[in-house]
Design a protein around this ligand. Structure first.
Ligand SMILES: [Zn+2]
Ligand SMILES: [Zn+2]
Ligand SMILES: [Zn+2]
Ligand SMILES: [Zn+2]
Length: 241
């Protein structure tokens, strides 16, 4: 990441007066490390994990003073990876539990999705159905007729109703949708799990939305294909005409 040039400068300057040789050695060392990192980033850019990491290093949720720095660089500077405040005591990455939580509820799938379920109150944002709403009340195991079974009802809700008991109940299940489809980017930590890009959908609406997104991608791919063909034809006309 080029946007934090010479992040190590303060570490070098603190030795400049009392030990100039050491300062120069340190400077060389950091410059070599910077070059090595540039090469490494250029080489690994196609690996999804590295790409997600590089994206997180540049994430807008990080304070400007540390944005662009890697975890190792923040550790060397003894500052928090997210807010850039100095790290106290034996802390290695986060200044506080709150900072750590604020980060992971926007970058780790398990944290982000459970936070979004709570934010959207377990309610589908499309159809408004709530988690656990009954879709199909099921039927009686004994007689096969729709629940509630009259026999079981006669016995009262607290009585032992065997062999009349309810099976086949179906209730609304709640899932979390990425508004911008993941397409190949996995569920490992990354900026794709920012909470403002997530929403709660019921299973049925989620299936519909996933199909719609896939159809949209197919259509875009087709447009690209025919678009190229159209320009080929135009060029042919230029050559012939
Ligand atoms: Zn912090
Ligand atoms: Zn729904
Ligand atoms: Zn029954
Ligand atoms: Zn991010």
């Amino acid at each position: 990441m080029g946007n934090q040039e010479e992040w190590w400068r303060p570490l070098v300057e603190q030795h400049r007066l009392d030990d100039p040789l050491r300062a120069r050695r340190l400077e060389d060392q950091y410059r070599r490390a910077d070059k090595a990192r540039e090469k490494r980033e250029a080489r690994r850019i196609d690996d999804v994990f590295s790409r997600a990491q590089i994206e997180m290093d540049a994430c807008e949720f990080r304070a400007g003073s540390v944005r662009g720095l890697t975890e190792g660089e923040c550790q060397a500077l003894r500052v928090c990876y997210r807010c850039g405040e100095p790290l106290q005591g034996a802390k290695r990455k986060w200044c506080s539990r709150a900072c750590e939580e604020a980060w992971w509820t926007n970058h780790a799938w398990a944290w982000a999705s459970s936070a979004v379920r709570q934010r959207d109150d377990h309610t589908c944002v499309r159809c408004g159905r709530h988690r656990g709403d009954v879709i199909d009340p099921g039927y009686c195991r004994q007689d096969g007729h729709a629940w509630p079974c009259p026999d079981a009802e006669r016995m009262g809700p607290t009585a032992y109703t065997w062999p009349h008991y309810r099976i086949g109940t179906r209730a609304v299940e709640i899932e979390v949708n990425h508004r911008e489809p993941l397409v190949g980017r996995g569920y490992h930590a990354g900026c794709v799990h920012h909470q403002d890009g997530l929403e709660v959908l019921c299973h049925e609406c989620h299936v519909e939305e996933t199909n719609r997104q896939a159809a949209e991608r197919r259509a875009a791919a087709l447009r690209g294909q025919y678009g190229r063909r159209a320009t080929d034809v135009q060029q042919l006309e230029l050559v012939v005409g």
